[in-house]
Design a protein around this ligand. Structure first.
Ligand code: AMP
Length: 275
């Protein structure tokens, strides 16, 4: 695996790689969820480029940008073992040089759910991923279902801005107790870690209630009752899988989405309702 911190030599290396080329963007602190994206890419593409960039533009004031876990060497080893060919690790000034002033602004899809708690988050995600797509020019981008609203926003960005890239969504990798793997799980203390799987249980409860024909309001009430008492819920809802608009009845494809705080740590999860 070759590692690059600058775009020009990276582009040169990518030119020599067999196509199709997969791209796996990450913020590092790798876990089995990230590696599942690489495994899926390996099965479908001839070459794989990955990136590690803790993107300041997608963190709001007072969020965890400074303390977000960073271990480039360990991550590089894991990516190399998983079969990544080229790793791009740009610095913040490489991505946002002095005078940087152009942003990709997602529409209403970026201002609901995650966008309520994090109003500039999806603008930061859409901007950095657009830049990475322009540098890497992959045939496929691999994204995790774990961040379902992010996948919906990025699909929209790729379509609206004519990026010639296909989007592949990889199912969420979970701990044995159901907790979705996340780099932020490392922030949880023992009590919070024990409570955290109740978020996914809540989404499963909501799904079961909706399948029984109960209303979204009743199903949500049952879901919230499943949450551990220490959890502070932010939202639990049924949304259209493509538009992320709230739905009043279970009509697939849809996501049951939820977010809750466990202490200072905000966790999100979702359950995909297939056709
Ligand atoms: P992050 O480093 O958190 O920005 O995530 C990078 C990519 O990995 C995103 O496409 C995420 O959706 C995906 N991802 C994160 N956690 C998981 C997981 N538990 N299972 C599958 N994909 C994941």
């Amino acid at each position: 695996m070759k590692l690059f911190t600058a775009a020009a030599p990276l582009r040169e290396a990518l030119e020599g790689l067999p196509r199709p080329l997969a791209f796996v963007p990450t913020m590092g602190a790798l876990h089995a969820g990230h590696l599942a994206l690489v495994t899926a890419a390996r099965a479908e593409c001839a070459s794989i480029a990955a990136s590690i960039f803790v993107n300041p533009a997608q963190f709001g004031p007072g969020e965890d940008y400074e303390r977000y876990p960073r271990d480039r060497d360990a991550d590089a080893r894991l990516f190399a073992q998983a079969g990544v060919d080229v790793l791009y690790v740009p610095s913040p000034p490489e991505m946002y040089p002095p005078g940087f002033s152009t942003f990709v602004e997602p529409g209403t899809m970026g201002s609901t759910y995650e966008g309520v708690a994090r109003p500039t988050h999806f603008r930061g995600v859409a901007t950095v991923v657009s830049k990475l797509l322009n540098v890497i020019e992959p045939d496929w981008i691999y994204l995790g279902q774990k961040d379902a609203q992010q996948t919906a926003v990025l699909r929209r960005v790729a379509y609206d801005l004519n990026f010639p890239v296909h989007v592949r969504i990889v199912p969420t990798v979970r701990e044995p107790d159901g907790l979705a793997m996340s780099s932020r799980n490392a922030y949880l203390d023992a009590q919070q870690r024990a409570a955290a799987p109740s978020l996914y249980r809540a989404l499963q409860t909501m799904h079961a209630a909706l399948q029984r024909g109960e209303s979204v309001a009743d199903a949500r009430a049952q879901a919230l009752a499943q949450l551990d008492p220490m959890a502070q819920p932010e939202y639990v809802d049924l949304v259209d899988a493509d538009t992320f608009e709230s739905k009043s009845a279970l009509a697939p494809p849809a996501f049951i989405v939820g977010a809750a705080r466990f202490g200072n740590t905000r966790l999100l999860d979702n359950l995909y309702v297939e056709k």
